[in-house]
Design a protein around this ligand. Structure first.
Ligand code: NAD
Ligand code: DAU
Length: 379
């Protein structure tokens, strides 16, 4: 039996990951998943409540910076894999409060590394290096933002120099450097994945795609930073989860793997494509129109694309230090592990919109309270 400690699994990607492990990839295998999550504004127990059964999946509320708690989890469980998703993840919030990002993303990572070191080291070799229990792995979920920004040409490879620009990406880069320092100094069994922008179910609606979907449905403005020309490389979240699983189980120790599906798009194109897709879905299934506010319907009762384009798309001041373009070269993970993206964007965006239409209660739950204050301040 393999035991996972998965941090941050009440958030977007972590929740998709544990669902992938428990119900898809290892549905018929004996695995145990311990979730450690502080339930910040971005973490929602409702997202994973159906998965927590007290046997295959256990939830612990707590902070990755809490040394005593993390040590206790290692003492009480024979943990094989620690997969660290927990982080402050939103670039705009890091511009408002850099110190929180430093604290959670760097100190939190370092605390997890140390706890794993205390639990997994059995002695020293003749050169003084720690000897590690076999089959253990610390995996850091990182981001393409550590590489900084590209011009109109080229891709991020694993050899691209680290050059972060935002407080968020600086904190994720520092965390990666600590992971690599533990590899080099203690020969710790680690791996890192650096993925491009994810989208899909349970995506918190402060991020571009779910924000746009829900603002279209609510008839609110669609804020586009600057001229909308910045490029992001979008990957359906389950393809990211599959990549992490492959790297944790089969990836070479001490290695970094870039993850991305060659799906670069300008932000303004994402916004327009989302509007068009919602329109087409509502044409195909008229019952979906009920969710729209009155003023967005045309004379046939359909969503009115030109009204949305004219009245809702709103160019707002640019994000400070806004990276121009991200684009991942995934050759290494494809060649070494046979990973490839299974969901093309045209299908993924339909699935994502449908998920948002069918989970309006979830949206209402996560956007109430603190998030509403943030939204009002931002827009
Ligand atoms: P998210 O903000 O949706 O979720 C983060 C989770 O971490 C939440 O459940 C939150 O409660 C938890 N958390 C925050 N601080 C914590 C703390 N101190 N202790 C314990 N738990 C804490 O983030 P996400 O989008 O799911 O991203 C997950 C990871 O993947 C992050 O490390 C992020 O840097 C990385 N990543 C994200 C993307 C993306 O497109 N979203 C792409 C590449 C990499
Ligand atoms: O690249 C991976 C990263 O993707 C992850 O490491 C981060 O955790 C994740 O949040 C995401 O960062 P981005 O800043 O790229 O995602 P976001 O959805 O915030 O923004 C995507 C693009 O859309 C970006 O160029 C800014 C722009 N944008 C965003 C918002 C929220 C807008 O134009 N308007 C908006 O309202």
């Amino acid at each position: 039996m393999k035991t996972y400690l998965v941090t941050g699994a009440a958030g977007f990607i972590g929740a998709n990951y544990i669902k992938y492990l428990l119900h898809r990839k290892y549905a018929n295998e004996d695995i145990k998943v311990i979730i450690l999550d502080a339930l910040t504004y971005a973490g929602n127990l409702g997202t994973i409540k159906e998965d927590i059964d007290g046997k295959r999946c256990v939830f612990v509320k707590g902070d990755i910076r809490d040394r005593e708690l993390v040590d206790r989890l290692f003492a009480e469980n024979d943990i094989d894999y620690l997969v660290n998703f927990a982080a402050e993840s939103h670039v705009d919030r890091s511009i408002e409060d850099p110190q929180l990002f430093l604290s959670v993303n760097i100190l939190g990572t370092q605390n997890l590394l140390d706890a794993a070191r205390r639990a997994w080291v059995t002695g020293k070799d003749e050169q003084g290096y720690p000897v590690w229990k076999t089959g253990k792995r610390y995996h850091q979920v990182s981001t393409d933002e550590v590489y900084g920004s590209l011009g109109t040409e080229g891709y991020f490879t694993e050899q691209t120099p680290l050059c972060p620009h935002s407080p968020y990406s600086a904190s994720k880069t520092s965390a990666d450097l600590f992971v690599m320092a533990y590899r080099d100094t203690y020969h710790m069994p680690v791996s890192i994945t650096r993925c491009s922008n994810n989208y899909g179910p349970y995506h918190f609606p402060e991020k571009l795609i779910p924000l746009i979907i829900n603002n279209i449905l609510e008839g609110k403005k669609l804020p586009v930073y600057g001229e909308g020309l910045n490029v992001r490389d979008w990957l359906y979240v389950e393809d990211h989860c599959k990549a992490i699983d492959m790297v944790v189980r089969e990836g070479r120790e001490g290695e970094v793997y870039n993850v991305g599906g060659h799906n670069e798009m300008k932000n303004i194109d994402i916004v327009k494509l989302t509007i068009r897709t919602i329109h087409d879905m509502m044409e195909a299934d008229k019952s979906l129109r009920n969710i729209l506010k009155k003023q967005e319907k045309d004379s046939h009762g359909d969503i009115d694309i030109s009204w949305i384009n004219e009245h809702l798309i709103t160019y707002v001041p640019d994000r400070l230090g806004h990276d121009a373009r991200y684009a991942i070269d995934p050759t290494k993970i494809k060649n070494e592990l046979g990973w490839y993206p299974e969901t093309m964007f045209a299908d993924g965006i339909v699935k994502t919109i449908r998920w948002n239409l069918e989970h309006q209660d979830w949206i209402r739950e996560v956007t109430s309270g603190d998030y509403q204050k943030y939204y009002d301040r931002m827009y």
